[in-house]
Write a protein that binds this ligand. Structure first.
Ligand code: XMP
Length: 311
């Protein structure tokens, strides 16, 4: 693929679509939305407003880090603090698809309001080919694929979406990021799902349970950073298991699964062959940092039959 040509063509297309209007970009900090936002910024300059929705489901320190990385690129980011709306919508839900739908509806309601208040008619999103393929196949509801599932963004939410990356898979998106001159840590970032840590929290999503998932994800990311893996994270399971306290009493506790996968494009994946010492260190750090956890498991399942995330 000729990345420079792709960039030129997309910039022209975005300019043509938006005309003299205003557009908003939904930045999550992942590679896809980062690349889509930088493309749109190069196309529209000050006619693009970049909004980061802090949904309370982000990784450790993510809102601050994303704002700082974009400030270094000369792009201002507005952060909308909307965690309460997401936790309210997810309250009491345990079914994975119900959770995805609640996330998606809240995302578009919150975002639709921001777009309407701004007067923008266009929303730039980092949807990529894998999102569309998996939604069409019915693997799961991606939060950012509306047209493909028969929902009109314009009728339902009041704006038209622009998806400059929808024909590309992840490796091509990274190449476009490089061609745009982004720093390597931005275009090589580990993928992170739109519905955030809620994809890694089985059972009910509450602020307390998300705090546990956030700690586990941070530990797994740190301990696997030196390996070439596509994604690595921790997942809080919904059940309880028996553990034993230091003074020998039985105690029920939580279970965390550790997932690390190798993959090219997220359509297929296999478990990373992590060294035993790394797995043991992850297990020790998780049980120390989160005393309510009594079991740490390593997930060996490839995709298929599994998926990468847990919901
Ligand atoms: P799965 O779990 O389906 O994930 O094997 C494939 C890739 O997509 C990411 N993922 C998502 N990305 N919105 C996104 O933008 C979503 O709703 C979503 N669900 C999964 C996942 O992290 C993996 O990289």
């Amino acid at each position: 693929m000729d990345c420079r040509k792709f960039v030129r063509t997309q910039i022209e297309a975005i300019r043509k679509t938006v005309g003299e209007d205003l557009a908003i970009s939904a930045l999550s900090g992942g590679v896809d939305s980062t690349v889509a936002t930088v493309l749109a910024h190069q196309a529209l300059g000050r006619r693009l407003r970049v909004i980061f929705i802090d949904d309370g489901l982000m990784r450790h320190d993510e809102p601050r880090q994303v704002k700082a990385s974009f400030a270094r690129l000369g792009i201002g980011v507005e952060v909308l603090h909307t965690a309460d709306a997401f936790f309210d919508a997810l309250k009491g839900l345990t079914d994975p698809e119900e959770k995805r739908k609640a996330f998606r509806n809240t995302f578009y309601t919150v975002f639709g309001r921001a777009v309407r208040e701004s007067g923008a008619r266009f929303l730039v999103q980092g949807t990529i080919a894998a999102d569309i393929v998996e939604t069409k196949k019915g693997v799961k509801t991606q939060h950012n694929v509306l047209d493909q599932i028969g929902i009109s963004a314009e009728r339902g939410y009041g704006f038209q979406t622009i998806e400059p990356l929808k024909a590309l898979y992840k490796p091509a998106v990274r190449k476009v990021g490089k061609a745009l001159g982004l720093p390597r840590p931005l275009y090589e970032r580990m993928p992170f799902p739109g519905p955030g840590l809620s994809c890694r929290c089985l059972g009910e999503v509450t602020p307390e349970r998300i705090a546990i998932v956030r700690k586990a994800c941070r530990i797994v990311e740190e301990e696997t950073a030196r390996f070439k893996r596509f994604q690595a994270f921790g997942v809080l399971l919904a059940d309880q298991a028996t553990g034993v306290t230091r003074d020998g009493r039985r105690a029920f506790g939580q279970i965390v699964a550790v997932r690390s996968v190798d993959s090219e494009n997220a359509i297929t994946a296999s478990a990373t062959r992590l060294p035993w010492a790394t797995l043991m260190r992850i297990q020790r750090r998780i049980t120390r940092a989160i005393p309510s956890v009594v079991k740490v498991l390593y997930d060996l399942t490839p995709k298929p039959p599994s998926t990468i995330e847990y919901i």
